[in-house]
Design a protein around this ligand. Structure first.
Ligand SMILES: Nc1ncnc2c1ncn2[C@@H]1O[C@H](COP(=O)(O)OP(=O)(O)OP(=O)(O)O)[C@@H](O)[C@H]1O
Ligand SMILES: N[C@@H](CCO)C(=O)O
Length: 304
């Protein structure tokens, strides 16, 4: 029995569009064993909308990966559970892609490195922000220039994280459809400077400056505001509650609130009191990234 556990991720942190990602402690878990034919058993209610045979997205990802390496993915029985809400901007699709790749890696003995998994998954997603964070954990900064992908993993960044997760879903595809094809040169220069400044501020723990930069994004947030009518209200409440910055989590509609270390609980409880129609979740940064374990005894798991 193979168990794969992949963390959720919040992409962009505002201005780091398609580049910055943060792994957080909500997990997609897949238990897999060889079987006569494909069977996918959803253990979380939200996952029961998906096909239970080889049309399942995770199966397709496994099969596609195996094929890339000239192998055939053997049929398996998968038990899938997830704490990652779907289509809310917390990287559910990235986690599912990585789970599929991990299955192929084990059952087809592909011996893939983290970088191989990054190259395959970013190739599928089109950007390395969510997949990078889910593979490596921590805060990642990625660049994807054609097929050339580079990623820096930063583990010693410390801040508290609160996510405001609404009932409404928003497909990444729809949130990307409102973005412009081009940015004027002067705007692109500003957008790049804001993103650079955000990272410098986070790394030097200049929280006020980091928060300011999160609100100065030029790449995507101005275009996506119209999709999320309550965004401004949540932003205002979060800042009043003590967050140093807020941003759309990935393509939204979840709002990510970043908070100075130690203050996350109080921000979360203040927001919970005022935002009764949304889930307010205090999260931690996941530092381990994607993990695959083979069951060697009833209760003992060994990392592969
Ligand atoms: N556990 C899963 N099993 C099967 N399919 C999944 C699973 N998780 C995600 N998906 C697929 O990914 C889609 C959601 O991807 P989408 O990119 O729209 O949102 P997201 O990844 O949750 O958010 P974001 O990319 O903004 O962080 C789902 O509608 C479904 O098709
Ligand atoms: N960087 C991506 C994340 C969602 O896949 C976006 O904002 O569209």
């Amino acid at each position: 029995m193979l168990t794969v556990r992949v963390p959720a991720s919040s992409a962009n942190l505002g201005p780091g569009f398609d580049s910055i990602g943060l792994a957080v402690n909500l997990y997609l878990t897949v238990e897999a064993e060889r079987a006569e034919s494909w069977e996918v058993i959803p253990l979380s209610k939200e996952l029961s909308i998906f096909p239970t045979d080889e049309r399942h997205f995770i199966v397709k990802m496994a099969q596609e990966t195996a094929k890339q390496y000239g192998k055939v993915m053997p049929a398996c029985r998968l038990a899938v559970s997830s704490e990652i809400p779907l289509t809310r901007g917390l990287g559910s699709s990235a986690a599912a892609i990585i789970a599929g790749i991990e299955l192929a890696n084990y059952f087809c003995q592909l011996n893939l490195s983290h970088k191989d998994i990054l190259d395959i998954s970013a190739g599928i997603e089109g950007h390395p922000d969510n997949v990078g964070a889910s593979i490596y954990g921590g805060l990642v900064v990625g660049s994807q220039l054609g097929a050339d992908i580079d990623l820096t993993v930063v583990q010693n960044v410390n801040m508290d994280v609160v996510a405001v997760i609404p009932e409404e879903e928003l497909l990444t595809e729809s949130a990307r459809a409102v973005l412009p094809d081009q940015l004027p040169f002067s705007k692109a220069v500003e957008a790049s400077a804001v993103s650079n400044q955000l990272l410098a501020a986070l790394f030097t723990e200049n929280w006020d400056l980091a928060g300011k930069m999160m609100s100065c994004d030029r790449f995507h947030q101005p275009y996506r505001r119209g999709l999320i009518p309550w965004w401004e209200d949540v932003e205002k409440l979060a800042m009043e509650a003590g967050a140093f910055g807020t941003a759309l989590s990935g393509a939204g509609p979840t709002i990510l609130c970043l908070v100075e270390p130690g203050k996350g609980k109080s921000v979360a409880s203040l927001l919970e009191g005022t935002l009764s129609s949304m889930r307010v979740v205090e999260l931690e940064i996941d530092r381990a990234g994607s993990q695959a374990f083979v069951e060697v005894a009833e209760t003992k798991k060994s990392p592969i």
